[in-house]
Design a protein around this ligand. Structure first.
Ligand code: NAD
Length: 477
């Protein structure tokens, strides 16, 4: 799967250099595709195209923007299987997971935001306290720089482009080098949908190119998903430039098992999987710190050990696979480094801890559970981004909440209990942007994002649309 041109200004154009990004399969390590690597000159061209498109797209009637987004949704829906194959072969996400997320979520988001912009008023008149009236308008914020990670490349791009397109903002999207092939399929869909020229531009490249985009004088807003380290650097630049920025960063969330929880695996395995190990553990919201009441500690360690040990590890393209490989050799090294650190700090591996014996190709790591973890251990404080769970004992509910909140991060989390009201009461005390009771799955209509080192701002819901709008008050006397 090779591409020779870049999608900029609504056309396939020759790249400014001969440099290329080569992509390998995470499951087999075989080369699977190659695309041009965008350079600064290509970003300049993409931003200029976005600037030209801005007045046109922002002034396109909302109903027409919505219709264009629905056409795009229809094409992505038709090509969902191809999206899934491309994403899974690149980053190792099992196709069963990719079908539910990468293939489906962008379509849902495009339709959701198309509906919001079609039905929602973009201005209102308010009676003033001094006798006059004010027209309050929501206007498109401008050209958006969207920087996307490799773990859910299509879904997390859609978290940005769906509300931005609805608001009337053109985008320059920078995918991660690990997952560029799906972004070319997306570009084909944009072209087929007849989205006006320059409204969507794609510049594949690495972090230097991302930093160049963040600084670019033609960009009005940055929306970033990725690591906390990169987010801090981008936040500093945007602070200096007074450029609006949304940051969706890392997490180290708690899965709090209350003492009354009836954890019957046959009933809750799917919810538990989504909440703790989805996408091979390469998901920012996962509850990777399992907090277990001391009185039931060994039972819960055994339960998670059995749960992780029963997961089917295999090629991401096999529909039966539950845990695929890490996205890259670098990512596997990082995960293995944390497993070694966990052992070194005195935690006990109850299952996994190595590479699966039957896989000699691909960046595989066995699903791994650590017991006897103290919340101060490195594996309990730092984001591993792999299939590694730490089970941490607590004495009572107070201590469970204290441990859950003893983290630099605050993105996701779950409470497991037989009493949903008690679960809700505990959920309210956890410092986090999102949390579930006996389940966890972000919903398009509800704001998603983090507190503390997990980020600034929210995506999804009407709040996600507001990211791409600025308010103007017109005093009418
Ligand atoms: P990363 O931060 O290295 O890269 C993310 C993207 O940003 C890539 O496109 C990369 O090229 C670009 N980038 C990196 N440094 C940059 C810089 N200084 N300026 C501009 N662009 C830059 O992260 P990653 O390794 O690709 O992704 C994994 C991380 O992302 C994990 O820590 C994970 O928790 C986090 N993440 C968070 C969310 C969320 O919604 N909060 C979602 C997915 C991933």
């Amino acid at each position: 799967m090779n591409y020779d041109k870049l999608f900029i200004g609504g056309a396939w154009v020759a790249p400014s250099s001969a440099k290329r990004i080569d992509v390998r399969s995470a499951s087999t390590e075989e080369p699977i595709g190659s695309v041009p690597e965008a350079q600064e000159a290509d970003v300049d061209a993409a931003v200029a195209a976005g600037r030209r498109a801005f007045p046109v797209w922002a002034q396109t009637p909302p109903a027409d923007r919505a219709a264009a987004m629905e056409r795009l949704a229809g094409i992505l829906e038709r090509r969902a299987d191809e999206v899934v194959q491309r994403v899974s072969s690149q980053n190792g996400m099992p196709v069963a997971v990719a079908g539910q997320l990468e293939g489906a979520f962008p379509v849902v988001l495009l339709r959701y935001y198309a509906g919001l912009i079609r039905d929602g008023a973009s201005e209102e008149t308010r009676p003033g306290l001094f006798g006059g009236k004010t027209l309050v308008r929501k206007e498109a914020v401008g050209v958006v720089g969207a920087i996307v990670p490799w773990n859910f490349p299509q879904t997390l791009a859609a978290f940005k482009y769906a509300p931005a397109l609805a608001a009337g903002c053109p985008l320059v999207i920078k995918p991660s080098p690990e997952t560029v092939l799906d972004s070319f399929l997306f570009a084909e869909a944009v072209a087929e949908a007849g989205i006006p020229a320059g409204v969507v531009n794609i510049v594949p490249g690495g972090r230097e190119l991302g930093a160049y985009l963040v600084e670019h004088p033609g960009i009005d807003k940055i929306s970033f998903t990725g690591s906390t380290a990169a987010g801090r650097s981008i936040g500093e630049t945007c602070g200096r430039l007074l450029r609006p920025v949304t940051l969706e960063l890392g997490g180290k969330s708690a899965a709090i098992v209350l003492d009354d929880a009836k954890l019957e695996l046959e009933k809750i395995a799917e919810q538990l999987f989504t909440a703790t190990l989805l996408n091979n553990g390469q998901t920012c919201f996962l509850g990777t710190r399992v907090l277990a009441p001391r009185a039931r500690y060994s039972e819960i360690v055994d339960l998670f050990t059995g749960f992780a040990g029963a997961l089917k590890v295999g090629d991401a393209l096999d529909p039966a696979t539950q845990i695929g490989p890490m996205a890259s050799a670098r990512q596997r090294e990082r995960v293995e480094g944390y497993i070694a650190k966990g052992r070194g700090e005195g935690a006990r591996v109850t299952i996994g801890g190595g590479r699966p014996a039957d896989r000699d190709r691909g960046y595989f790591v066995e699903p791994t559970v650590f017991a006897d973890v103290d919340n101060n251990h490195t594996i309990a404080q730092e984001e591993i981004f792999g299939p590694v769970l730490s089970v941490i004992p607590y004495a009572d509910e107070e201590e469970a909440v204290r441990i859950a909140n003893d983290s630099d991060y605050g993105l996701g989390g779950t409470v497991w209990t037989n009493d949903p009201e008690r679960g809700l009461a505990v959920a309210k005390r956890v410092q986090t942007g999102t949390i579930g009771v006996n389940t966890y799955l972000p919903d398009p209509t509800a704001p998603f994002g983090g507190v503390k080192a997990s980020g600034i701002g929210r995506e999804l819901g009407p709040e996600g649309l507001a990211n791409y709008q600025q308010l103007k008050s017109v005093y009418l006397g």
